[in-house]
Design a protein around this ligand. Sequence first.
Ligand code: GTP
Ligand code: MG
Length: 456
Amino acid sequence: MLGGYIIIGGMEKIGDTIACISTPLVGGAISIVRVSGNDAVKVADKVFLSKKGERPSALRPRMLTLGEFDAGEFKEQCLCVVFKAPFSYTGEDMVEFQCHGGVMLTKGVLSALLKNGARMATAGEFSRRAFLNGKMSLSDAEGMMDMIGAESEAEIRAGYSLLTGQLSKKASSMQKRLVDLLSDIEVSLDYPEEDIEQVTRAKAKETLIEIKSEIEKQLDSREAGRLIKEGVSVAILGRPNVGKSSLLNALLKDERAIVTEVAGTTRDIIEGTMSIKGLKFNLFDTAGIRETEDKVEKIGVERAKKVIEGADIVVFVKDDVASDEDKKLEELIKGKKVIYVKNKADKTGDYSVGESINLSAVSGVNIDALTERLFALATEGKSVGGGLILTSERHIDALRRAKSHLEDALSSLESMPIDIVTIDINLAYQVLGEITGNTSSEEIIDAIFSKFCLGK
Ligand SMILES: Nc1nc2c(ncn2[C@@H]2O[C@H](COP(=O)(O)OP(=O)(O)OP(=O)(O)O)[C@@H](O)[C@H]2O)c(=O)[nH]1
Ligand SMILES: [Mg+2]
Protein backbone atom coordinates (compact mmCIF):
# COMPACT_ATOMS: atom_id res chain seq x y z
CA MET A 1 0.00 0.00 0.00
CA LEU A 2 1.13 3.51 -0.74
CA GLY A 3 -0.75 6.54 0.49
CA GLY A 4 -3.91 4.51 0.95
CA TYR A 5 -3.96 2.99 -2.54
CA ILE A 6 -2.96 -0.41 -3.71
CA ILE A 7 -0.03 -0.33 -6.09
CA ILE A 8 -0.83 -2.07 -9.31
CA GLY A 9 1.63 -4.70 -10.43
CA GLY A 10 3.55 -4.08 -13.62
CA MET A 11 3.40 -0.28 -13.39
CA GLU A 12 6.48 1.58 -14.57
CA LYS A 13 8.74 2.68 -11.76
CA ILE A 14 7.76 6.18 -10.79
CA GLY A 15 10.32 8.70 -9.73
CA ASP A 16 12.33 9.17 -12.93
CA THR A 17 12.32 12.81 -13.85
CA ILE A 18 9.77 14.12 -16.31
CA ALA A 19 9.15 17.57 -17.76
CA CYS A 20 6.43 19.20 -19.78
CA ILE A 21 4.86 22.50 -20.79
CA SER A 22 1.73 22.74 -18.62
CA THR A 23 0.04 25.72 -20.22
CA PRO A 24 -1.43 25.77 -23.75
CA LEU A 25 1.14 26.32 -26.45
CA VAL A 26 -0.15 29.62 -27.73
CA GLY A 27 1.50 33.02 -27.49
CA GLY A 28 0.04 33.93 -24.07
CA ALA A 29 1.57 36.25 -21.48
CA ILE A 30 3.23 33.50 -19.47
CA SER A 31 3.91 29.80 -19.81
CA ILE A 32 4.55 27.27 -17.10
CA VAL A 33 7.01 24.45 -17.57
CA ARG A 34 7.11 21.77 -14.88
CA VAL A 35 9.61 19.13 -13.84
CA SER A 36 8.79 16.26 -11.49
CA GLY A 37 10.78 13.33 -10.13
CA ASN A 38 13.71 12.34 -7.95
CA ASP A 39 16.14 14.52 -9.90
CA ALA A 40 13.82 17.46 -10.54
CA VAL A 41 15.85 19.85 -8.40
CA LYS A 42 19.15 18.54 -9.77
CA VAL A 43 17.98 19.20 -13.32
CA ALA A 44 16.74 22.67 -12.36
CA ASP A 45 20.10 23.47 -10.72
CA LYS A 46 21.77 23.11 -14.10
CA VAL A 47 19.63 25.75 -15.79
CA PHE A 48 18.42 28.30 -13.23
CA LEU A 49 20.28 30.90 -11.23
CA SER A 50 18.45 33.38 -8.99
CA LYS A 51 19.23 37.10 -8.92
CA LYS A 52 21.06 36.49 -5.67
CA GLY A 53 23.13 33.77 -7.26
CA GLU A 54 21.34 30.76 -5.71
CA ARG A 55 20.58 27.48 -7.47
CA PRO A 56 17.08 25.95 -6.98
CA SER A 57 18.41 23.43 -4.41
CA ALA A 58 19.22 26.41 -2.18
CA LEU A 59 15.82 28.08 -2.58
CA ARG A 60 13.13 28.02 0.06
CA PRO A 61 10.38 25.61 -1.12
CA ARG A 62 7.12 27.16 -2.34
CA MET A 63 8.67 30.62 -2.74
CA LEU A 64 8.63 32.29 -6.14
CA THR A 65 12.12 33.45 -7.01
CA LEU A 66 13.15 35.61 -9.94
CA GLY A 67 16.23 34.61 -11.86
CA GLU A 68 17.75 33.65 -15.15
CA PHE A 69 17.05 30.47 -17.08
CA ASP A 70 19.93 29.39 -19.26
CA ALA A 71 18.50 27.60 -22.28
CA GLY A 72 21.83 27.37 -24.08
CA GLU A 73 20.86 29.29 -27.18
CA PHE A 74 19.24 32.06 -25.15
CA LYS A 75 18.80 33.29 -21.61
CA GLU A 76 15.38 34.08 -20.20
CA GLN A 77 14.25 35.95 -17.09
CA CYS A 78 11.75 33.75 -15.31
CA LEU A 79 10.27 32.78 -11.96
CA CYS A 80 11.15 29.50 -10.34
CA VAL A 81 9.39 27.65 -7.52
CA VAL A 82 10.52 24.44 -5.85
CA PHE A 83 8.18 21.94 -4.19
CA LYS A 84 9.70 19.26 -1.98
CA ALA A 85 8.19 15.78 -1.85
CA PRO A 86 5.63 14.89 -0.68
CA PHE A 87 4.21 18.41 -0.66
CA SER A 88 3.63 18.82 -4.36
CA TYR A 89 0.97 18.03 -6.94
CA THR A 90 2.59 14.74 -7.91
CA GLY A 91 3.89 13.97 -4.42
CA GLU A 92 7.43 14.03 -5.81
CA ASP A 93 10.07 16.78 -5.88
CA MET A 94 8.84 19.33 -8.40
CA VAL A 95 10.16 22.53 -9.93
CA GLU A 96 7.99 24.97 -11.87
CA PHE A 97 9.26 27.68 -14.17
CA GLN A 98 7.02 30.58 -15.10
CA CYS A 99 8.50 32.13 -18.17
CA HIS A 100 7.40 34.51 -20.89
CA GLY A 101 4.80 32.99 -23.11
CA GLY A 102 6.24 32.86 -26.63
CA VAL A 103 5.91 29.46 -28.28
CA MET A 104 9.55 29.19 -29.36
CA LEU A 105 10.76 30.46 -26.01
CA THR A 106 8.68 27.98 -24.02
CA LYS A 107 9.80 25.13 -26.21
CA GLY A 108 13.40 26.26 -25.72
CA VAL A 109 12.97 26.12 -21.91
CA LEU A 110 11.52 22.62 -22.14
CA SER A 111 14.22 21.44 -24.46
CA ALA A 112 16.93 22.70 -22.07
CA LEU A 113 15.35 20.68 -19.27
CA LEU A 114 15.26 17.60 -21.49
CA LYS A 115 18.92 18.06 -22.39
CA ASN A 116 19.80 18.28 -18.72
CA GLY A 117 18.38 14.99 -17.59
CA ALA A 118 14.56 15.12 -17.64
CA ARG A 119 12.49 13.12 -20.08
CA MET A 120 9.34 14.29 -21.84
CA ALA A 121 6.21 13.45 -19.83
CA THR A 122 3.44 11.47 -21.49
CA ALA A 123 -0.17 12.72 -21.48
CA GLY A 124 -1.55 12.74 -17.94
CA GLU A 125 1.66 11.48 -16.39
CA PHE A 126 1.81 14.18 -13.70
CA SER A 127 -1.71 13.32 -12.52
CA ARG A 128 -1.04 9.63 -12.82
CA ARG A 129 1.87 10.05 -10.42
CA ALA A 130 -0.33 12.08 -8.12
CA PHE A 131 -2.72 9.11 -8.11
CA LEU A 132 0.02 6.53 -7.55
CA ASN A 133 1.43 8.60 -4.70
CA GLY A 134 -1.95 8.73 -3.01
CA LYS A 135 -2.50 12.42 -3.76
CA MET A 136 -5.82 11.84 -5.50
CA SER A 137 -8.29 9.03 -6.12
CA LEU A 138 -9.32 7.89 -9.58
CA SER A 139 -12.56 9.83 -9.44
CA ASP A 140 -10.64 12.91 -8.24
CA ALA A 141 -8.55 12.54 -11.38
CA GLU A 142 -11.59 12.31 -13.60
CA GLY A 143 -13.22 15.29 -11.92
CA MET A 144 -10.05 17.19 -12.70
CA MET A 145 -10.23 16.14 -16.33
CA ASP A 146 -13.87 17.22 -16.59
CA MET A 147 -12.89 20.61 -15.20
CA ILE A 148 -10.14 21.06 -17.75
CA GLY A 149 -12.62 20.37 -20.54
CA ALA A 150 -15.52 22.22 -18.91
CA GLU A 151 -17.35 24.86 -20.92
CA SER A 152 -19.98 26.21 -18.60
CA GLU A 153 -19.98 27.20 -14.97
CA ALA A 154 -22.31 24.37 -13.92
CA GLU A 155 -20.02 21.90 -15.64
CA ILE A 156 -17.09 23.24 -13.66
CA ARG A 157 -19.04 22.93 -10.43
CA ALA A 158 -19.98 19.32 -11.24
CA GLY A 159 -16.35 18.59 -12.07
CA TYR A 160 -15.40 20.13 -8.78
CA SER A 161 -17.79 18.05 -6.73
CA LEU A 162 -16.36 14.94 -8.34
CA LEU A 163 -12.91 16.30 -7.73
CA THR A 164 -13.53 16.68 -4.06
CA GLY A 165 -14.07 12.97 -4.06
CA GLN A 166 -17.72 12.77 -3.12
CA LEU A 167 -18.45 9.85 -5.36
CA SER A 168 -15.27 8.16 -4.33
CA LYS A 169 -16.25 8.54 -0.67
CA LYS A 170 -19.69 7.08 -1.31
CA ALA A 171 -18.25 4.16 -3.25
CA SER A 172 -15.64 3.52 -0.56
CA SER A 173 -18.24 3.36 2.14
CA MET A 174 -20.23 0.89 0.03
CA GLN A 175 -17.05 -1.15 -0.39
CA LYS A 176 -16.46 -1.12 3.34
CA ARG A 177 -19.97 -2.40 4.03
CA LEU A 178 -19.47 -5.18 1.50
CA VAL A 179 -16.19 -6.21 3.13
CA ASP A 180 -17.90 -6.26 6.54
CA LEU A 181 -20.63 -8.42 5.07
CA LEU A 182 -18.08 -10.79 3.55
CA SER A 183 -16.40 -11.22 6.90
CA ASP A 184 -19.74 -11.87 8.61
CA ILE A 185 -20.44 -14.58 6.06
CA GLU A 186 -16.95 -15.99 6.59
CA VAL A 187 -17.67 -16.27 10.33
CA SER A 188 -21.00 -17.95 9.73
CA LEU A 189 -19.24 -20.52 7.54
CA ASP A 190 -16.83 -21.29 10.38
CA TYR A 191 -19.72 -21.95 12.75
CA PRO A 192 -22.16 -23.82 10.59
CA GLU A 193 -25.04 -23.94 13.08
CA GLU A 194 -28.41 -23.20 11.55
CA ASP A 195 -29.34 -20.01 13.34
CA ILE A 196 -26.09 -18.10 12.75
CA GLU A 197 -26.50 -18.66 9.06
CA GLN A 198 -30.15 -17.59 9.16
CA VAL A 199 -29.25 -14.38 10.95
CA THR A 200 -26.43 -13.73 8.51
CA ARG A 201 -28.70 -14.27 5.53
CA ALA A 202 -31.25 -11.83 6.88
CA LYS A 203 -28.59 -9.24 7.59
CA ALA A 204 -26.98 -9.76 4.20
CA LYS A 205 -30.30 -9.20 2.49
CA GLU A 206 -30.83 -5.95 4.33
CA THR A 207 -27.33 -4.66 3.59
CA LEU A 208 -27.45 -5.62 -0.08
CA ILE A 209 -30.80 -3.92 -0.57
CA GLU A 210 -29.55 -0.78 1.13
CA ILE A 211 -26.43 -0.57 -1.01
CA LYS A 212 -28.43 -1.30 -4.13
CA SER A 213 -30.82 1.56 -3.45
CA GLU A 214 -27.90 3.89 -2.75
CA ILE A 215 -26.53 2.98 -6.17
CA GLU A 216 -29.91 3.60 -7.77
CA LYS A 217 -29.96 7.05 -6.20
CA GLN A 218 -26.56 7.82 -7.67
CA LEU A 219 -27.65 6.59 -11.09
CA ASP A 220 -30.64 8.94 -11.01
CA SER A 221 -28.28 11.88 -11.07
CA ARG A 222 -26.99 10.64 -14.41
CA GLU A 223 -29.55 12.56 -16.39
CA ALA A 224 -28.51 15.82 -14.77
CA GLY A 225 -24.92 14.96 -15.56
CA ARG A 226 -25.71 14.59 -19.25
CA LEU A 227 -27.51 17.93 -19.31
CA ILE A 228 -24.53 19.65 -17.76
CA LYS A 229 -22.07 18.24 -20.24
CA GLU A 230 -24.06 18.45 -23.42
CA GLY A 231 -26.45 21.26 -22.60
CA VAL A 232 -30.25 21.24 -22.51
CA SER A 233 -31.76 21.11 -25.99
CA VAL A 234 -34.68 23.43 -26.56
CA ALA A 235 -36.79 23.40 -29.73
CA ILE A 236 -38.80 26.50 -30.61
CA LEU A 237 -41.98 25.40 -32.31
CA GLY A 238 -45.01 27.12 -33.76
CA ARG A 239 -47.00 28.11 -36.79
CA PRO A 240 -45.31 30.23 -39.46
CA ASN A 241 -44.91 33.91 -38.59
CA VAL A 242 -45.66 33.71 -34.86
CA GLY A 243 -42.17 35.08 -34.16
CA LYS A 244 -40.03 32.01 -33.44
CA SER A 245 -36.94 33.42 -35.09
CA SER A 246 -37.51 36.75 -33.37
CA LEU A 247 -37.67 34.88 -30.07
CA LEU A 248 -34.43 33.02 -30.81
CA ASN A 249 -32.73 36.33 -31.55
CA ALA A 250 -34.11 37.89 -28.38
CA LEU A 251 -32.86 34.97 -26.26
CA LEU A 252 -29.44 35.00 -27.88
CA LYS A 253 -29.33 38.83 -27.89
CA ASP A 254 -28.12 38.51 -31.45
CA GLU A 255 -29.62 38.83 -34.94
CA ARG A 256 -28.92 35.18 -35.66
CA ALA A 257 -32.00 34.18 -37.64
CA ILE A 258 -33.62 36.03 -40.51
CA VAL A 259 -36.90 37.65 -39.53
CA THR A 260 -39.47 38.84 -42.08
CA GLU A 261 -43.20 39.30 -42.27
CA VAL A 262 -43.33 36.51 -44.86
CA ALA A 263 -44.77 33.28 -43.45
CA GLY A 264 -42.32 30.47 -44.12
CA THR A 265 -39.12 32.53 -43.71
CA THR A 266 -37.16 29.92 -41.78
CA ARG A 267 -36.50 26.80 -43.83
CA ASP A 268 -33.67 25.09 -42.02
CA ILE A 269 -32.88 24.58 -38.35
CA ILE A 270 -31.02 27.50 -36.82
CA GLU A 271 -28.98 26.80 -33.71
CA GLY A 272 -27.65 28.98 -30.96
CA THR A 273 -26.19 28.40 -27.50
CA MET A 274 -26.89 30.40 -24.38
CA SER A 275 -26.16 30.02 -20.71
CA ILE A 276 -28.74 30.48 -17.97
CA LYS A 277 -27.28 30.61 -14.46
CA GLY A 278 -24.26 28.77 -15.76
CA LEU A 279 -26.21 25.95 -17.39
CA LYS A 280 -25.80 25.50 -21.13
CA PHE A 281 -28.89 25.59 -23.39
CA ASN A 282 -28.82 24.67 -27.07
CA LEU A 283 -31.66 26.45 -28.83
CA PHE A 284 -33.13 25.32 -32.13
CA ASP A 285 -35.29 27.64 -34.19
CA THR A 286 -37.42 25.59 -36.56
CA ALA A 287 -39.42 26.16 -39.70
CA GLY A 288 -42.97 27.19 -38.95
CA ILE A 289 -45.09 24.05 -39.23
CA ARG A 290 -47.92 24.00 -41.74
CA GLU A 291 -49.17 21.95 -44.68
CA THR A 292 -47.19 23.15 -47.64
CA GLU A 293 -46.51 22.25 -51.25
CA ASP A 294 -43.23 24.17 -51.31
CA LYS A 295 -40.50 21.55 -51.71
CA VAL A 296 -37.89 23.33 -49.57
CA GLU A 297 -40.33 24.32 -46.87
CA LYS A 298 -41.60 20.72 -46.71
CA ILE A 299 -38.09 19.47 -45.92
CA GLY A 300 -37.79 22.21 -43.29
CA VAL A 301 -41.02 21.06 -41.65
CA GLU A 302 -39.80 17.45 -41.57
CA ARG A 303 -36.53 18.56 -39.96
CA ALA A 304 -38.42 20.63 -37.43
CA LYS A 305 -40.41 17.55 -36.41
CA LYS A 306 -37.22 15.58 -35.85
CA VAL A 307 -35.69 18.31 -33.70
CA ILE A 308 -38.84 18.46 -31.59
CA GLU A 309 -38.66 14.71 -31.06
CA GLY A 310 -35.13 14.93 -29.71
CA ALA A 311 -35.57 18.08 -27.62
CA ASP A 312 -35.47 18.10 -23.82
CA ILE A 313 -37.84 21.07 -23.77
CA VAL A 314 -40.18 22.50 -26.40
CA VAL A 315 -41.07 26.19 -26.42
CA PHE A 316 -44.46 26.35 -28.13
CA VAL A 317 -44.94 29.82 -29.56
CA LYS A 318 -48.34 31.25 -30.42
CA ASP A 319 -49.24 34.81 -31.21
CA ASP A 320 -52.20 37.09 -30.73
CA VAL A 321 -54.20 35.21 -33.36
CA ALA A 322 -56.10 32.12 -32.21
CA SER A 323 -55.72 29.28 -34.67
CA ASP A 324 -56.95 25.73 -35.22
CA GLU A 325 -53.50 24.90 -36.54
CA ASP A 326 -52.15 25.17 -32.99
CA LYS A 327 -54.36 22.26 -31.93
CA LYS A 328 -52.70 20.06 -34.54
CA LEU A 329 -49.29 21.03 -33.25
CA GLU A 330 -50.25 19.72 -29.81
CA GLU A 331 -50.00 16.25 -31.36
CA LEU A 332 -46.29 16.75 -31.99
CA ILE A 333 -45.43 17.60 -28.43
CA LYS A 334 -47.18 14.80 -26.60
CA GLY A 335 -45.08 13.62 -23.65
CA LYS A 336 -42.66 16.53 -23.96
CA LYS A 337 -41.79 19.15 -21.42
CA VAL A 338 -43.45 22.23 -22.90
CA ILE A 339 -43.38 25.94 -22.17
CA TYR A 340 -46.20 27.91 -23.77
CA VAL A 341 -45.38 31.37 -25.01
CA LYS A 342 -47.76 33.94 -26.41
CA ASN A 343 -45.71 36.35 -28.48
CA LYS A 344 -46.48 39.86 -29.74
CA ALA A 345 -47.89 40.92 -26.38
CA ASP A 346 -47.01 44.47 -27.36
CA LYS A 347 -49.99 44.36 -29.69
CA THR A 348 -52.50 43.44 -26.99
CA GLY A 349 -50.77 44.98 -23.98
CA ASP A 350 -51.42 41.79 -21.98
CA TYR A 351 -48.13 40.84 -20.36
CA SER A 352 -49.51 38.37 -17.84
CA VAL A 353 -47.46 35.34 -16.90
CA GLY A 354 -49.43 32.22 -16.13
CA GLU A 355 -49.49 28.82 -17.74
CA SER A 356 -48.54 30.69 -20.86
CA ILE A 357 -45.93 33.44 -20.79
CA ASN A 358 -47.11 36.52 -22.63
CA LEU A 359 -44.07 38.28 -23.99
CA SER A 360 -42.76 40.36 -26.81
CA ALA A 361 -39.76 39.17 -28.76
CA VAL A 362 -39.48 42.62 -30.27
CA SER A 363 -39.51 44.73 -27.10
CA GLY A 364 -37.91 42.05 -24.93
CA VAL A 365 -40.53 42.27 -22.17
CA ASN A 366 -40.88 39.00 -20.20
CA ILE A 367 -37.99 37.28 -21.97
CA ASP A 368 -36.51 36.91 -18.48
CA ALA A 369 -39.66 35.09 -17.33
CA LEU A 370 -39.04 32.60 -20.14
CA THR A 371 -35.39 32.04 -19.23
CA GLU A 372 -36.38 31.52 -15.58
CA ARG A 373 -38.90 28.90 -16.64
CA LEU A 374 -36.42 27.20 -18.96
CA PHE A 375 -33.97 26.85 -16.11
CA ALA A 376 -36.60 25.65 -13.65
CA LEU A 377 -37.92 23.03 -16.07
CA ALA A 378 -34.46 21.79 -17.07
CA THR A 379 -33.35 21.33 -13.50
CA GLU A 380 -36.64 20.04 -12.12
CA GLY A 381 -35.95 17.41 -9.48
CA LYS A 382 -32.25 17.41 -10.23
CA SER A 383 -29.45 18.99 -8.41
CA VAL A 384 -27.48 20.83 -11.02
CA GLY A 385 -24.10 22.17 -10.15
CA GLY A 386 -24.69 21.54 -6.49
CA GLY A 387 -24.68 18.04 -5.08
CA LEU A 388 -23.19 14.94 -6.52
CA ILE A 389 -23.73 14.57 -10.22
CA LEU A 390 -22.39 11.76 -12.32
CA THR A 391 -20.86 13.03 -15.48
CA SER A 392 -18.56 10.20 -16.35
CA GLU A 393 -19.81 7.32 -18.47
CA ARG A 394 -17.25 5.13 -16.74
CA HIS A 395 -18.75 5.83 -13.32
CA ILE A 396 -22.24 5.21 -14.58
CA ASP A 397 -21.17 1.95 -16.14
CA ALA A 398 -19.40 0.83 -12.95
CA LEU A 399 -22.44 1.63 -10.82
CA ARG A 400 -24.73 -0.24 -13.20
CA ARG A 401 -22.55 -3.34 -13.09
CA ALA A 402 -22.24 -3.13 -9.30
CA LYS A 403 -26.02 -2.97 -9.12
CA SER A 404 -26.40 -6.04 -11.28
CA HIS A 405 -23.93 -8.03 -9.15
CA LEU A 406 -25.87 -7.02 -6.07
CA GLU A 407 -29.06 -8.23 -7.71
CA ASP A 408 -27.36 -11.55 -8.47
CA ALA A 409 -26.20 -11.73 -4.86
CA LEU A 410 -29.74 -11.10 -3.65
CA SER A 411 -31.19 -13.83 -5.81
CA SER A 412 -28.46 -16.32 -4.86
CA LEU A 413 -29.22 -15.49 -1.27
CA GLU A 414 -32.71 -16.94 -1.71
CA SER A 415 -31.71 -20.35 -2.96
CA MET A 416 -27.97 -20.95 -2.98
CA PRO A 417 -25.44 -21.95 -0.34
CA ILE A 418 -24.14 -18.79 1.27
CA ASP A 419 -20.59 -19.15 -0.01
CA ILE A 420 -21.91 -18.75 -3.56
CA VAL A 421 -23.33 -15.40 -2.52
CA THR A 422 -19.84 -14.21 -1.61
CA ILE A 423 -18.79 -14.51 -5.24
CA ASP A 424 -21.32 -11.90 -6.34
CA ILE A 425 -20.54 -9.65 -3.39
CA ASN A 426 -16.88 -9.84 -4.28
CA LEU A 427 -17.65 -8.86 -7.87
CA ALA A 428 -19.68 -5.87 -6.72
CA TYR A 429 -16.77 -4.87 -4.51
CA GLN A 430 -14.33 -5.10 -7.42
CA VAL A 431 -16.53 -3.02 -9.67
CA LEU A 432 -16.92 -0.26 -7.07
CA GLY A 433 -13.14 -0.32 -6.87
CA GLU A 434 -13.09 1.01 -10.41
CA ILE A 435 -14.42 4.25 -8.91
CA THR A 436 -12.33 4.45 -5.77
CA GLY A 437 -9.06 3.15 -7.17
CA ASN A 438 -9.04 0.25 -4.75
CA THR A 439 -8.48 -2.92 -6.79
CA SER A 440 -8.59 -1.05 -10.08
CA SER A 441 -7.01 -2.89 -12.91
CA GLU A 442 -4.13 -1.35 -14.78
CA GLU A 443 -6.12 -0.87 -17.98
CA ILE A 444 -8.63 1.42 -16.31
CA ILE A 445 -5.88 3.56 -14.87
CA ASP A 446 -4.11 3.73 -18.21
CA ALA A 447 -7.32 4.66 -19.96
CA ILE A 448 -8.08 7.50 -17.57
CA PHE A 449 -4.67 9.11 -17.49
CA SER A 450 -4.10 8.89 -21.22
CA LYS A 451 -7.14 11.16 -21.65
CA PHE A 452 -5.31 13.93 -19.79
CA CYS A 453 -3.56 16.57 -21.78
CA LEU A 454 0.20 16.76 -21.80
CA GLY A 455 1.70 18.48 -18.82
CA LYS A 456 -1.20 17.68 -16.50
N1 GTP B 1 -45.41 43.36 -32.93
C1 GTP B 1 -44.59 42.31 -32.87
N2 GTP B 1 -44.21 41.70 -33.98
C2 GTP B 1 -43.38 40.65 -33.90
C3 GTP B 1 -42.92 40.15 -32.64
N3 GTP B 1 -42.11 39.09 -32.86
C4 GTP B 1 -42.08 38.91 -34.21
N4 GTP B 1 -42.84 39.85 -34.83
C5 GTP B 1 -43.01 39.98 -36.29
O1 GTP B 1 -43.62 38.82 -36.81
C6 GTP B 1 -43.11 38.54 -38.12
C7 GTP B 1 -42.58 37.13 -38.18
O2 GTP B 1 -41.47 36.99 -37.31
P1 GTP B 1 -40.47 35.77 -37.42
O3 GTP B 1 -39.60 35.85 -36.22
O4 GTP B 1 -39.82 35.73 -38.75
O5 GTP B 1 -41.48 34.56 -37.27
P2 GTP B 1 -41.22 33.00 -37.42
O6 GTP B 1 -42.14 32.32 -36.50
O7 GTP B 1 -39.80 32.71 -37.32
O8 GTP B 1 -41.70 32.74 -38.91
P3 GTP B 1 -41.31 31.53 -39.92
O9 GTP B 1 -39.83 31.41 -39.93
O10 GTP B 1 -41.85 32.02 -41.21
O11 GTP B 1 -42.01 30.33 -39.43
C8 GTP B 1 -42.05 39.59 -38.39
O12 GTP B 1 -42.59 40.61 -39.15
C9 GTP B 1 -41.68 40.10 -37.00
O13 GTP B 1 -41.22 41.43 -37.02
C10 GTP B 1 -43.35 40.83 -31.46
O14 GTP B 1 -43.02 40.52 -30.33
N5 GTP B 1 -44.21 41.90 -31.62
MG1 MG C 1 -38.50 31.89 -38.56
